[in-house]
Design a protein around this ligand. Sequence first.
Ligand SMILES: *[C@@H]1O[C@H](CO)[C@@H](O)[C@H](O)[C@H]1NC(C)=O
Ligand SMILES: *[C@@H]1O[C@H](CO)[C@@H](O)[C@H](O)[C@H]1NC(C)=O
Ligand SMILES: *[C@@H]1O[C@H](CO)[C@@H](O)[C@H](O)[C@H]1NC(C)=O
Length: 324
Amino acid sequence: MASFLFWHMRGERAELASHTAMVAPGRRALWSLCVCFTALHTNALRVTMRESTAEVVRGDFVILPCSFFTSSPLSRLNIIWTLAPLSSPESPIQVIVYDHGQIIEDPSLIGRVGFTGIPWSADIMVNDTRLSDAGIYRCMVNNPPETADPGIGELLLTVLVAPSLPTCQWDGDMDAGGSVTLSCSVVEGVPTPEIHWDKLNPEEISLPINMEGELSGSVQIVNVSSQTSGLYRCSASNLLGTENCYINLSIYSAVAGSSSGILQGVLLTLSMSLMLLTLLVLMTWLHRTGQDGRRRVSKEEEEEEEEGYNEIRYTPSLMKRSFV
Ligand SMILES: *[C@@H]1O[C@H](CO)[C@@H](O)[C@H](O)[C@H]1NC(C)=O
Ligand SMILES: *[C@@H]1O[C@H](CO)[C@@H](O)[C@H](O)[C@H]1NC(C)=O
Ligand SMILES: *[C@@H]1O[C@H](CO)[C@@H](O)[C@H](O)[C@H]1NC(C)=O
């Protein structure tokens, strides 16, 4: 009993020194009291996880708490932390082991994991956290010859990741009346980022999205027109932040009513007027040259007629003359 209290108090101080403000002191005292009674009743080693879940932003450090209470000396203390990774829960790894004063770490965690209060507490610290560190951690403590009841505690670690920059793409027919698909995909993010598509101008409106899996979503725009042109934004967001990508859609159209339509109409009218004018000038010229030609032709005819007439006129006289 006396030795238990001694270890317990020392453990308490060591923990407080190694990481403050993890658990409120009031709560801790109350919980210690409860555990104290339980330990007195059963007189067996007992492991308690002060938290059942923990969250860390990728890259930050995290302390995984594991307290144990024993009334035996700690010379044969043995602690094993295992991890069933979220990505492959069926193949757990030994994160770190404390055995007879020796510490062994898993190769994937060498230099990143360590005990914070050994041998008084089994808490560990993981530095420079990675996505692969997420999963279910088990803390197993044995201190022979004392029996363990239970000697195992469990804790779920979530590694949070801000959304990565999404990729915006478009596909389809940009001509008026065509249909365009805007798609957006994000590579990572924990919790899974939510994807939204918005049209930003002339006013901001949210667009209905078709999700393709968890990390990509598309928007279908049918019968595109000049009104469909504008800036579109895809945003991927979770509790750690938001990342955006954009598509600037320009629909090529000659729809009357828009300013370009009017301009084209004006140009069309102008060019047609010009053509008509040219035609008119051409016709006038043709008409005039035609009249001149005819006039010239009639003069020649007149002359010819005159000549003919002369011939005819003279011929009888000649004939007359010859006959005379
Ligand atoms: C984690 O980093 C802190 C400070 O950066 C350092 O004091 C501590 O020893 C590191 N822990 C491990 C297990 O490497
Ligand atoms: C496409 O849009 C134009 C104008 O924006 C409209 O006159 C036409 O009826 C639409 N066509 C269809 C098939 O919806
Ligand atoms: C989108 O494109 C149009 C025409 O190509 C251009 O005038 C406008 O400035 C662009 N907007 C942005 C935000 O890039």
